[in-house]
Design a protein around this ligand. Structure first.
Ligand code: MSP
Length: 510
């Protein structure tokens, strides 16, 4: 088992589409998880990329009067730009038009084709095809005769192509999921997968001859590999399959494929079966979150509800953006985006919550101790226990991908610390010289709480964590802090020179 590395992926995105915040949702969630594992000192491999082949791409290129390669070369950097501004710290970026991917796909196809069980065979396909999904539908999957996702007409298509014998894998898939239920999360999605398998699996088509923008089948190059054998394989290409077997053994299987629920069937049924057919271990877990909706419908360009991430980042800042989506929408369920709720969250949790906490503590340190963290003589009882418990729950929730709860755990500390200040009222103590020891103990505990908060928020808000760290004036770099040690009480050195800088989060007008 590849257990040297915590390997997490996002879907690879269609480069010709316009990025919107629904896409960014998956990537921020995956990045939060990846950064959390790095914070625990684990080696992490976080992969994203672009899915660049297929009929839709070829048609888009033709419409633009370009060669497909030129077209994807032009489109793809827009996605990298989005990930860079969202501060997604992916370790690799894969494009399915790269030679390493062609090798891996051809190798996987060959392995399945030659596995001695006739798992790839030539047949005739007739079906109802949605060009936008690149999927065939059965009559009863259509809604009012239209594609259930795009609500557009489907085409009746008949052609000779190769099939993958998915139907032979139902028992193995069932056993795979029954033995280890956490392989599909959340539970609703697992049940969906199980009932799809129990309902009977149909072989699916893996090649096309009606277009050529794709990877040729090694044994019959008139055919190009069609969508899922090409796209899903990116996850093993980047892990070294077909190019670096030693690395592949260390990285694969992936710990988490983070996806949205529309591509669940392909990830939780097609993909493990394809791997089983090639004698490769399936991924540990497929985690399928819900949709970002607008007015109850999936946010999408087709629904005319797409919002580009930059529109929000420019207004709210990237930290607030990353925080909002994970905190506001119960991770796993569908959730509605609204500008108003984003302003509300920003002001309540960030500006008034964490931001205000930091500025009160740093201001008090400045006015009473020239900014120097005081020596605390007595042991403060309340906050260390609150933090210890919150950190325990945060770890538990992060390991279980309960991302929304993990943030709630951290904000529990923010709330308690703000209340602590109100109860202890250090500003009145500051006027009584005889109670200076008491004041020192309160401010030490408060500043120490800020230090631990900076460590805990780093995976979701790396920029804000760094700014807070700098205001605390701690000499050791934030990047060198690891869990669990960095969350242990007492790490802040007395004498550390703090400074009240600019507000961590400016308040926004509603
Ligand atoms: N290229 C395929 C995935 C191949 S993975 C081997 C694809 N690309 S996509 O660009 O159309 O979508 C990428 C991901 O973004 C999908 O998981 C899709 O569900 C997700 N989202 C697109 N709109 C979304 C929302 N409104 N809400 C949540 N996720 C959404 O599919």
């Amino acid at each position: 088992m590849g257990r040297d590395v915590f390997y997490i992926t996002t879907p690879i995105y269609y480069p010709n589409a316009d990025p919107h915040i629904g896409h960014g949702y998956t990537s921020v969630a995956a990045d939060f998880i990846a950064r959390y594992h790095r914070l625990r000192g684990e080696e992490v491999f976080h992969l994203t990329g672009t899915d660049e082949h297929g009929l839709k791409l070829q048609r888009a290129a033709e419409a633009a009067g370009m060669e497909p390669q030129q077209w994807v070369d032009e489109m793809e950097p827009r996605w990298r730009e989005v990930w860079a501004r969202l501060e997604i710290a992916n370790d690799d970026y894969i494009r399915t038009t790269e030679p390493r991917h062609r090798h891996a796909v051809q190798r996987l196809l060959t392995a399945v084709h030659d596995n001695g069980r006739d798992d790839i065979y030539l047949g005739t396909y007739e079906g109802l095809y949605c060009v936008s999904c690149e999927l065939y539908y059965t009559e009863d999957e259509l809604v009012a005769g239209l594609c259930p996702i795009h609500e557009r007409p489907v085409e009746r298509v008949s052609q000779e192509n190769y099939f993958f014998r998915l139907s032979a894998y139902a028992d193995r898939l069932l056993e795979h999921y029954e033995r280890e239920p956490s392989r599909v999360e959340p539970e609703t999605r697992r049940n969906e997968v199980l009932s799809l398998i129990q309902g009977g699996l149909l072989d699916f088509s893996i090649s096309r001859t009606n277009f050529d923008w794709g990877i040729p089948l090694p044994w019959d190059p008139k055919h190009v590999c069609y969508v899922w054998f090409d796209a899903l394989t990116n996850y093993i290409t980047a892990a070294g399959y077909g190019s670096d077997e030693e690395r592949f053994a260390g990285v694969w299987p992936a710990n988490v494929h983070m996806i949205a629920k529309d591509i669940l069937r392909q990830h939780a049924i097609y993909w493990p079966a394809m791997l089983m057919a090639a004698d490769i271990e399936p991924p540990d877990q497929v985690w399928a979150h819900g949709y970002l909706t607008v007015g109850g419908k999936k946010m999408s360009k087709t629904n005319l509800t797409a919002i580009h991430p930059f529109e929000l980042i420019d207004h709210f800042g990237v930290d607030s953006y990353r925080y909002y989506f994970v905190r506001e929408i119960q991770f796993g369920q569908d959730g509605n985006f609204s500008w108003e709720s984003m302003v509300e969250r920003h002001n309540a949790d960030l500006a008034n919550g964490l931001g205000n906490l930091a500025s009160r503590i740093l201001a008090m340190l400045g006015s009473s101790f020239d900014g120097l963290v005081p020596q605390a003589s007595g042991q403060e009882e309340d906050l260390p226990a609150v933090i210890q418990e919150a950190v325990r729950r945060y770890d538990e929730h992060m390991s279980a991908v309960a991302l929304t709860q993990a943030l709630a755990d951290v904000w529990e500390v923010v709330g308690r610390a703000n209340r602590y200040l109100v109860e202890k009222a250090p500003w009145t103590l500051a006027k009584e010289p005889s109670r200076r020891d008491e004041l020192a103990a309160i401010l030490y505990a408060s500043a120490e709480t800020l230090r631990i908060l900076a460590v805990l928020i780093r995976p979701i808000m790396p920029g804000a964590a760094q700014r807070l760290w700098e205001q605390l004036g701690i000499g050791a770099p934030l990047a060198g802090q690891w869990l669990p040690d960095a969350a242990r009480w007492g790490g802040l050195q007395p004498g550390t020179k703090t400074s009240k800088g600019e507000a961590l989060f400016p308040r926004l007008e509603s």
